[in-house]
Design a protein around this ligand. Sequence first.
Ligand code: PGA
Length: 261
Amino acid sequence: MEVVIVPDAKAGGELIAEAMAALVRRKPDALLGVATGSTPLPVYEALAAKVRAGEVDASRARVCQLDEYVGLPAGHPESYRAVVLREVVEPLGLSEASFMGPDGSAEDIVAACEAYDRALAAAGGVDLQLLGIGTDGHIGFNEPCSSLASRTRIKTLTEQTRIDNARFFDDDMDQVPHHVITQGIGTILDARHLVLLATGEGKAEAVAQTVEGPLSALVPASALQLHRHATVVVDEAAASKLKLADYFRHTYANKPAWQGL
Ligand code: PGA
């Protein structure tokens, strides 16, 4: 995989936003897979700024969700549907019709998961999937020991992930759902380009294991090693445990101009 070390989160956001903009210029109705959490916000801010500045026309772009909490009341501001509408769909000036996600309030969750996988395929597949990474190495909500071939399904969150996410629920653990729907690792690997963004020292260990560790279900993000076009964008803090950091810097600095992310 390609590893790009950037000075800070803003630079990472700008780099990935430009890759998304280039994709949308090439393919105006591209399907962009978006992630929630704090890390991707600089990407969405930079992309929305490009749209406002007229650098890219994203009016035909489509957006799809990576995961969703199960059981939050409809319209809950921290449901990932609400977050993606607020952080991505509205700032890009897209309509709700251009957006798809799994139904976390469905009566039949198993059917809802299968329906989402079918809908992604029917939409032509994800062109670029943006990913964050959990401190435990999860992508989407594929917690450690997820099947590397898994499809969209219901998962139980680890206690660590619930603790990490409590900040979105007034630091009240009782409000943090236990269950989620997540694209499976196999589903994620179907996307044409995977771009993982990690910032801050708290992610350094997970990043090192993802990039340099063995392929292991214990570190779900290591499945990116199986993908033919995976890019890992990290700031200096998140890169701090990479043994090959200097090599990655050298490679990126000497990259041919025609080769985008
Ligand atoms: P974060 O979440 O960006 O808020 O750190 C990442 C993740 O859990 O995938």
